[in-house]
Design a protein around this ligand. Structure first.
Ligand SMILES: [Zn+2]
Ligand SMILES: [Zn+2]
Length: 294
């Protein structure tokens, strides 16, 4: 049993009410471990150029059969997982959808496109967008496994050097307490300044706050008074393994931060932050092979 699987079992035991979503996450973890995704990793530059994440300039060729099989499997697991809103996703299996377009939108975090599509299907828009956000993860994890070493040293931005997403959380590691940001999609890690907001670059310590819950010395929330963004920070000896970041990113116990000061910040959740960290994307997509017939 891997560390991620152990964490999943443990979470299910402690939070039986999370079971439907954890079932979906387990499926993503299982698929991400499949070697077939390594075979479709695009060739990428050796290191990111300037502020451009590696994937933004890639040319991605995806076999239609691979894409459709994974899309259908993800929807199937989600709609059977046992909540009313996820059950509405079944409509996506019956419709004739352009799966490559959905994949593109998800990769580039175009939530509005996904929500509009869900509405046109009579599916729950939030649930559809949340599940479709997981669609590119097996490819993104495979890409990060290939190029993790390329990005560590040089990247200074707040968003992921591999896939362009905002960090899921930060880690303060080891006795030297260096800080790393972690991507909840591809699992990448990149070093960051402690006294700087990853979202807007604000480095004025008067306008940066750290919120530490009374019952935990190992986690905190660092928030920025300029853009109202916040990032959860975990203190640990070593970083979380890339596959386990998906799990951590999904289940971070926000409820722990329930004191009034904390909840105000959480309610304003990243209000001033660009939803899409990085623009413009130049990634080109194409498909190979034929669509799998059912
Ligand atoms: Zn990433
Ligand atoms: Zn900020």
């Amino acid at each position: 049993m891997t560390a991620s699987e152990r964490s999943l079992q443990d979470l299910k035991r402690r939070h039986p009410e999370w079971e439907p979503w954890l079932t979906v996450i387990r499926e993503v973890l299982r698929e991400s471990a499949e070697l077939k995704w390594a075979a479709v990793v695009p060739s990428l530059a050796a290191t990111p150029l300037g502020k451009t994440p590696l994937l933004a300039e890639a040319r991605i060729v995806l076999p239609k059969s691979l894409l459709r099989a994974w899309f259908e499997q993800l929807i199937r697991v989600a709609h059977r997982s046992g909540t009313d809103n996820l059950a509405t996703l079944k409509a996506a299996l019956d419709a004739k959808l352009d799966i490559l377009n959905i994949f593109k939108a998800s990769l580039q975090q175009h939530d509005d496109f996904l929500k509009q599509l869900a509405t046109s299907l009579d599916a729950d828009a939030e649930a559809f967008a949340a599940v479709m956000a997981l669609l590119p993860i097996p490819l993104l994890q495979a890409i990060n496994r290939r190029c993790a070493q390329a990005v560590k040293a040089s990247w200074m931005e707040g968003y992921c050097p591999v896939c362009g997403a905002w960090p899921a959380f930060a880690e303060t590691r080891g006795i030297e307490r260096s800080r790393y940001l972690r991507c909840g999609r591809c699992g990448a890690e990149w070093e960051a300044h402690v006294l700087s907001c990853p979202y807007c670059g604000n480095g004025d310590h008067e306008r940066l706050v750290s919120l530490i819950p009374e019952n935990s010395a190992k986690s905190a929330i660092d928030a920025c008074k300029v853009c109202l963004g916040y990032v959860k920070v975990f203190t640990m000896l070593q970083g979380v393994p890339p596959a386990a970041v998906i799990l951590e990113a999904t289940i971070i116990p926000v409820r722990k931060y329930s004191k009034p000061g904390f909840s105000t910040i959480l309610r304003r959740k990243k209000a001033g932050i660009r939803h899409t960290p990085f623009q413009p994307w130049h990634v080109r997509f194409s498909t190979s092979g034929g669509w799998r017939t059912r």
